[in-house]
Ligand binder design. Structure first.
Ligand code: GLY
Length: 355
């Protein structure tokens, strides 16, 4: 069973990500450090009926007295009103600072539960049990937690590292094909920005079906890459922004099409091909990279072209408002080869011309 250790300097944090098959049903020993404490599992309407029972049984076996709070599924749950519901549930369960909150679900559940764990009583113990591929390879690792504000995504957030991440690859069996694809977009991103061998391995496997048996190793490799970025830049002031390869256009597409129309990882797939083409046009990315990425994403059934009819002016204007924008330029991640990248400052006019 692969174990990846994450250390986040400045947050006095060091924790293990356990990755394997059937982990949920054998999780009791991992919760032994919390014996005698109370816990609250936070799940959504999809994950609660599938996995809360088995997790509750494991917590009981570990001597942890646990309850369950179930939130609605979907991005709209990441709001101050649902956050307030979580605080009520924690208070009703008399959780104290020595108790534990467990996120059981995808990125939405991980983000809102982590934010609640960070702020309730100024911080309680926090464990992530991500059940989507995207959450397993990205959002559950590295401590970014947040809720949305009516004026924008993730505007209320913090860095709050979990103490344990438990990735049971079997949870992916119940994930629908689009959600798997969205996760694969992020998996391929890791190959593009940091690991040519990972990229080549996914190329050689060539399809979702062939990748499935190797998924635990691939997830572990993605977690190692993410852990390395978190170690080098825990508060996202520098090199960690490389994780945003493909995100400049992706965020603009999500915004222009309405959040939820494209899944985030699907938008990232389109954004990566675009960023590779921009890099080639500017002489940063070697010729042929964009086509290689496009072929790989297509083999894994991901869209690679932005839908027609979106106004380039509106997309460019949205990109200029990107969180990674600094004054008049947007720092856009571009590949210097498959497996390496750099951030290139682009003006809104340059972005408009590249679209
Ligand atoms: N999801 C990007 C990061 O954690 O920095």
């Amino acid at each position: 069973m692969p174990i990846v250790t994450v250390s986040a300097p400045g947050q006095e944090s060091r924790y293990d990500i356990h990755i394997g098959h059937g982990l949920l049903a054998a999780a009791a020993p991992l919760f032994a450090p919390y014996r005698g404490r109370r816990a609250m599992i936070v799940a959504d309407e999809h994950t609660a009926p599938l996995y809360a029972g088995v997790l509750l049984a494991q917590l009981e076996a570990a001597g942890v007295s646990a309850g369950l709070t179930t939130l609605p599924a979907g991005e709209t749950t990441k709001c101050p009103e649902q956050l307030s519901r979580l605080y009520d549930a924690f208070l009703d369960a008399h959780l104290t600072r020595t108790d534990l909150v467990i996120a059981l679900g995808g990125g939405v559940i991980g983000d809102i539960t982590g934010y609640a764990a960070c702020t309730y009583l100024r911080g309680v113990h926090f464990v992530q049990v991500p059940t989507t591929l995207l959450a397993q390879v990205d959002s559950s690792v590295g401590g970014k937690v947040a809720v949305n504000h009516p004026r924008g995504k993730n505007l209320l957030g913090a860095f709050y590292q979990p103490e344990l991440v438990l990735i049971d690859c079997d949870t992916l069996r119940t994930l629908d094909a689009r959600q798997v694809g969205a996760g694969l977009g992020e998996v391929i991103k890791y190959g593009c920005i940091a690991d040519a061998a990972l990229f080549e391995r996914i190329e050689a496997l060539g399809s979702r079906e062939a990748l499935l048996p190797a998924l635990d190793e691939v997830i572990a490799r993605c977690c190692e890459i993410k852990a390395d970025y978190v170690r080098r830049d825990p508060f996202d002031h520098g090199v960690r922004m490389q994780l945003n390869f493909g995100h400049t256009l992706a965020h603009a597409l999500e915004n222009a099409m309405g959040y939820g129309t494209l899944l985030h990882g699907e938008a990232v797939a389109i954004g990566m091909v675009a960023a590779a083409r921009w890099g080639e046009a500017l002489g940063v990315t070697p010729a042929g990279c964009a086509e290689r990425i496009r072929r790989l994403l297509t083999a894994y059934d991901l869209m690679t072209e932005r839908p027609e009819g979106l106004s380039p002016d509106a997309l460019a204007a949205t990109m200029a408002l990107d969180k990674k924008a600094e004054g008049a330029v947007v720092r856009t991640v571009m590949l210097t080869e498959i497996g390496a990248c750099t951030a290139v400052p682009l003006t809104p006019d340059q972005l408009r011309a590249l679209l």
